[in-house]
Design a protein around this ligand. Sequence first.
Ligand SMILES: C[S@@+](CC[C@H](N)C(=O)[O-])C[C@H]1O[C@@H](n2cnc3c(N)ncnc32)[C@H](O)[C@@H]1O
Length: 253
Amino acid sequence: MYDHLLGGTDNYVVDREACDELLRLAPSTRELALVNRAFLVRAVRYLARQHGVRRFLDHGSGLPTRPNVHQVAQEVDETSEVVYVDNDPDVLSYGRMMLAEDPETTAVLGADMRETDAIFQSEEVRRLLRDDQPVAALFVSVLHCIPDDDDPWELVNRVARQLPRGSYMVISQLVSDNPELRRQITQFMQQAVGGRWGRVRSTEETERYFEHLEVLETSGPVEVSCWLPDSDLAPRQTSNPEWIEFGAVARIR
Ligand SMILES: C[S@@+](CC[C@H](N)C(=O)[O-])C[C@H]1O[C@@H](n2cnc3c(N)ncnc32)[C@H](O)[C@@H]1O
């Protein structure tokens, strides 16, 4: 669905039909997908340029979409390394095709991001952490896929504890402060993806991801197009969107 919203072609009829229905419920959703992807690109470029980050761990990486994280990071330094983590078989097979481009610096790991121990014990992530250089862990537009019972807040804290000192996090999640819309869109998304979904959360619930983090460039998480906006990237979310991607870039304390 996300690939279709971004204008990609790696999607099925059922995805496109679900998007049509979602756009009827929440017409701002295509714009939301575009600003979210632009945020991810901007955050990776910013961390690479301003903070010298050369290692990235991208949780819930999604289908390859140019530019991908490694392409953005390697514009700054061609030795930058990325491990992509996803648990969707289609994402993994497209991701592995993309890897043919650059097996030295880029790896795709098939794993459920809730399995932090298995991820950090994998050969790919151990290599990424080999000499304690700072890593940026990305959780971009993915924490809403995790139900409250699986505690996405503790997941973020767990990953933060495993990363080298001076590492970073990039986080965004779907938010609405209208309880009825939260309920409706969550119900729709859970049906559309066969129940494997968490929920749309409120701004306060999303701010909790940042409790142990130091947010960079803004005083706290924001609608993501407002985080270090660039003139050449996607437009701001319209004044009255049904839902937003809310997040920030942060340093682990
Ligand atoms: C909306 S896409 C986000 C893609 C990318 N992060 C971005 O923001 O452009 C969400 C991705 O998270 C993946 N995902 C959802 N739950 C996951 C889980 N528990 N473990 C790993 N990946 C997951 C999905 O397969 C999908 O590819």
